[in-house]
Design a protein around this ligand. Structure first.
Ligand code: SAM
Length: 265
């Protein structure tokens, strides 16, 4: 077994996704070996070559290594802040980016919250690197156990009961565009978003990729737009963002150079 080859694979994976396994190399090697066995590839170098050419192989490895775990109404205090900021700033048709969106739980929760609070004119782009997660998000079908924390009145209003689970209603689906993409490899529209949700990704990223992600978000946000991270992603030094506290939650606001005036209070 060539460790150098496995390290090459880890570096390739880290450069592409930003996710580091340098502290967990044994786990990384084991997961790579599992995928190689499933594909009946016996040579590490052969796997390394195929990984770079074949998106399907990359996505098999991704699914072994990164859990697309999420749940409805996770850290829902953020949604009330978004609603208040929309009202306070008289935002018309605000654009929201949810990245990573996993299997849709986060963008669907935002959309349900906003509609439930009479905020009806918005659009959400929801992005994840994992093709299977995006497929599930587009289907919008969840098993009973995946909705166990969702109050029954919300299920009644925003889901259709099926045999073993629930499907989200079209009104909610229509407010979201799902896209399978890598945060670090995509050309999203600049200065397009009022709010970006990037929760529970930074914890997995190496330092320089966190900086790269912040620079990407700075470009994508409208002047003085807002970035929401999870409490576990807390950044001490969020270069080019101001840290503000609303309702005891830390939010990051795009800092503007002096000559550019902002749209927000
Ligand atoms: C733990 S989930 C977080 C989902 C949701 N934001 C939440 O807080 O519940 C992490 C997700 O990040 C996605 N991901 C990892 N690297 C990514 C990248 N470079 N670009 C886009 N999505 C990525 C994974 O596929 C996974 O679905």
């Amino acid at each position: 077994m060539s460790f150098a080859c496995y390290e090459k694979i880890e570096e390739y994976f880290r450069t592409k996704t930003g996710i580091t396994f340098q502290e967990k190399l044994a786990l990384f090697f084991m997961k790579v070996s599992d995928v190689m066995n499933r594909l009946q590839i016996h040579e590490c170098n052969e796997f390394y070559e195929k990984l770079q050419d074949d998106e399907k192989i990359f996505s098999m490895l991704l699914q072994e290594l990164v859990v697309s775990q999420s749940y409805f109404f996770r850290e829902d205090a953020h949604f009330a802040i978004v609603k208040d900021l929309i009202e306070k700033n008289f935002l018309i048709h605000p654009h929201i980016l949810s990245i990573p969106c996993a299997s849709g739980e986060e963008p669907y929760s935002i959309a349900i919250y906003l509609l439930e609070h009479n905020c009806c004119d918005f659009h959400i782009d929801a992005v994840d690197i994992n093709p299977q997660a995006i497929q599930k998000a587009r289907e919008g079908y969840y098993l009973d156990r995946e909705l166990k924390y969702v109050p029954s009145y919300i299920k009644e209003r925003y889901f259709i009961r099926l045999e073993e689970g629930y499907r989200i209603i079209d009104r909610i689906k229509e407010s979201i565009t799902f896209l399978q993409a890598n945060l670090f490899e995509n050309n999203f529209e600049q200065e397009h978003y009022d709010f970006i949700f990037c929760r529970n990704l930074f914890i997995y990223l190496e330092e320089k990729k966190k900086e790269q992600a912040l620079a990407i978000f700075h470009g994508l946000l409208k002047p003085k737009g807002y970035l929401f991270l999870s409490f576990s992603d807390y950044l001490k030094n969020p270069c080019s963002f101001d840290t503000i506290t609303i309702n005891n939650k830390i939010i990051y606001q795009k800092r503007m150079s002096d000559e550019k005036s902002g749209m927000y209070h």
